[in-house]
Design a binder for this molecule. Structure first.
Ligand code: DC
Length: 676
């Protein structure tokens, strides 16, 4: 997951490959609640692991539900069977509407029967998202619910006991959020032991597919609700939740929309294949497939899989009522930039009460790319954006996962401009690894992938600086010294000599170059593996350093490592450290930094490092060693230590690491088109 302040997407050219999507948020949270309300154990597989499901799991546990994590995506839930073992609790529900609304209703019904006091709260935005229509419906029934802040919004207190009036139909508004109806449908089977319960929807029901999803999942848990149209829903008398023992959560159809869009924009020969959700999906957002086809995408699929390719180009503009696909419709708003005319999305009033006011947010941010956007109370019109008018933009995401994921699709722009997405960690709400998953199926031209090179003399701290800068940018790191150290170590393990005398023999040099070309090394999670052994520590030894210094002076070895080093240039970008990064390996790097700390300062740093490791060496010896190395490195004929002509010199003698990082990032910002 990206926890950086921003992530920069280079211009993307192609999309192809296979993604497996994380579980559906809507199904995950409904199934968790249903499992908790049922009697017996439910094993939930392929559960989404995200902020919204985490708050639901936490809340259920607080309410006394036994949960057991069987693996990363499987949880066993021992249901409460309609009981309420904990009489009072405070539940923090983040910004998860799919937890706040149904838990409010379920607790209102359970408290009425068993007594209890529960407080439900969330993040500040949750306290701006309406819940009044649901509270009104529950109060009509006789439930005791108080607002703890502003009337009509969380936080809330739910109390009991209370006598529920279940004879008359319960009326609930359906035109603000379908989650109010869903909440009642999930909660009221707990009160239908002896009589049927009818719910009537006032006003036009929005987001019907989400209610349909609720009905399908209720049926999986043994409760068949009868409906007439979308106005009247009856829970039969004697309804009781029964666990189906095991439930598989489908991949999230809303999350699929970003990959469908990527395929429609940039999959030409090979398709983008999406696994885990397909044409038989029970999620309403699968209807996005139809909308994408209408825009020109080629989509084939099976029950549990989709294949997407670019079809019409430019895409065809749409005028569409998006009431049934409110979440995936956001993806259409970005696709509209690539269409042959203005696209109008209607019936999206619910956008205004989601994670943020999505109509305003979308209009504001698309305009930053240069687009012409018109917006109304419940509609949005996006005009296509010709290549000449695209601008590089830093996109605000408003703590809204979908704003971040949508914005990533602007990286396919024909102007080949990068896109900056601020606060990318907001995707954790439903898709923590969204960007990593995106990198798997999109490609940029290597020349468009930014590279920052950091070079400098021995002990100048370039490795530490490179790692710190890479962390701030969310980039990969190439520690090129480690590659030469690996060659030295592999040679020792293969019994190949690397002493000066041996290196005078061309046959030995050729063998070393071959070894470098075929090195079976792997870099993973800060560790380095050689032939399946973790050699991270071994590579740091003085011995490995000395061998590296000798083999790195051999032109054939350097040549053998060249392509491998260049293959590190991967999305979204690279920080490379080592002496010839800016001169030979990445001569077109975006920024080249050359560290120039004094020999004395470097000796002092090395001295402190060694002392921390309880190794005692005299500082004078260290200084002499560093000066000798500098002389040798500058004088050597192959890849001598010298700054690239266009490198910026950074004397970090009197700087802390943080100060050096800030200096480099400030230079970096000047080289990027996003402004300060
Ligand atoms: O940075 P380091 O100490 O891990 O580097 C090990 C040796 O490899 C050192 O002698 C410098 C050399 N080297 C090189 O010649 N070219 C590079 N790109 C990186 C390191």
């Amino acid at each position: 997951m990206y926890t950086t302040a921003f992530v920069d997407l280079p211009p993307l050219r192609r999309a192809a490959g296979t993604v497996r999507l994380p579980g559906s948020k809507s199904i995950s949270n409904r199934v968790l609640l249903l499992a908790a309300l049922s009697e017996g154990r439910t094993v939930v597989r392929d559960l989404l692991d995200s902020d919204d499901t985490r708050v639901m799991l936490q809340a259920l546990q607080t309410l006394g539900c036994q949960l057991q994590r069987l693996d990363a995506t499987t949880v066993a839930v021992d249901g409460l069977g309609g009981r309420l073992p904990v009489p009072q609790a405070s539940l923090f529900l983040g910004n998860a509407g799919t937890a706040m609304r149904p838990l409010t209703a379920a607790l209102a019904v359970l408290c009425a029967r068993h007594g209890g006091t529960f407080e439900l709260s969330g993040v500040p935005r949750m306290h701006e998202r309406p819940i009044g229509d649901l509270v009104e419906a529950l109060r009509q029934l006789g439930a005791r619910i108080d607002y703890l802040g502003q009337a009509g919004y969380p936080p809330l207190r739910v109390q009991g006991p209370a006598a529920l009036q279940l004879q008359a139909p319960i009326r609930v508004r359906g035109d603000v959020s379908s989650q109010f109806l869903t909440a009642l449908l999930l909660a009221l089977p707990l009160a239908a032991q002896t009589q049927p319960i009818t719910i009537e929807v006032a006003g036009e029901l929005i987001s019907k597919p989400y209610v349909d999803l609720t009905l399908k999942l209720l049926a999986r848990f043994g409760v068949d609700v009868q409906r007439s149209g979308w106005q009247r829903f009856t829970i039969p008398s004697g309804a009781r939740y029964r666990t189906p023992a095991e439930v598989h959560v489908e991949g999230d159809a809303s999350s699929a929309s970003y990959f469908i869009a990527a395929g429609a924009l940039a999959a030409s020969e090979q398709p983008v294949t999406i696994e885990g959700v397909g044409l038989d999906s029970i999620q309403g957002d699968i209807a996005f497939v139809e909308a994408a086809r209408a825009m020109g995408a080629h989509i084939d699929g099976a029950a549990n899989r989709l294949h997407v390719r670019r079809g019409a180009w430019p895409l065809r503009a749409l005028d569409l009522d998006c009431n049934a696909i409110p979440d995936a419709a956001m993806t259409l708003a970005v696709l509209a930039l690539y269409a042959d005319g203005p696209t109008t999305l209607r019936g999206i009033g619910s956008w205004r009460v989601k994670e943020t006011d999505r109509i305003t947010a979308m209009a504001t941010e698309l305009r930053k790319f240069g687009a012409e956007v018109e917006a109304g109370a419940d509609w949005l019109r996006v005009h296509p954006l010709p290549a000449a008018q695209w601008r590089a933009a830093a996109i605000h995401t408003y703590d809204d996962h979908r704003m971040a994921m949508c914005a990533s699709l602007a990286a396919f722009n024909p102007a080949r401009l990068p896109v900056r997405i601020l606060d990318p960690k907001c995707v954790a709400k439903t898709f923590p690894d969204y960007f990593e998953t995106l990198w798997q199926v999109v490609q940029a031209d290597p020349a468009d992938i930014p590279v920052l090179c950091i070079d400098g003399p021995s002990a100048s701290g370039k490795g530490t600086l490179a790692a710190a800068v890479a962390q701030r940018l969310g980039y990969h790191v190439l520690d090129s010294g480690a590659l030469y150290r690996l060659v030295g170590l592999a040679a020792a393990r293969a019994g190949l000599p690397t002493d000066e005398a041996a290196l005078a023999d061309a046959a030995v040099v050729a063998q070393l170059a071959e070894l470098a070309r075929t090195l079976a090394a792997r870099f993973e999670g800060g560790h380095i593996w050689l032939d399946g052994c973790d050699v991270t520590e071994a590579l740091r030894s003085e011995q490995a350093g000395a061998a590296a210094s000798r083999v790195s002076a051999l032109a054939p070895v350097r040549q053998a490592l060249l392509q491998w080093q260049r293959s590190w240039r991967r999305l979204p970008g690279l920080v490379a450290d080592g002496r010839d990064m800016g001169t030979v390996v990445f001569p077109d790097a975006t920024l080249k930094v050359f560290l120039t700390a004094s020999a004395h300062a470097r000796a002092q740093r090395r001295y402190e490092q060694l002392r921390a490791r309880n190794e005692h060496v005299s500082i004078d010896d260290l200084l002499a060693d560093i000066e000798a190395r500098d002389t040798r490195d500058r004088a050597r004929s192959v890849a001598p230590l010298q700054p690239a002509e266009d490198a910026l010199l950074l004397d970090n003698t009197h700087q802390t690491l943080d100060e050096s990082v800030e200096t480099v990032l400030a230079w970096w910002a000047q080289r990027r088109p996003f402004g300060a």
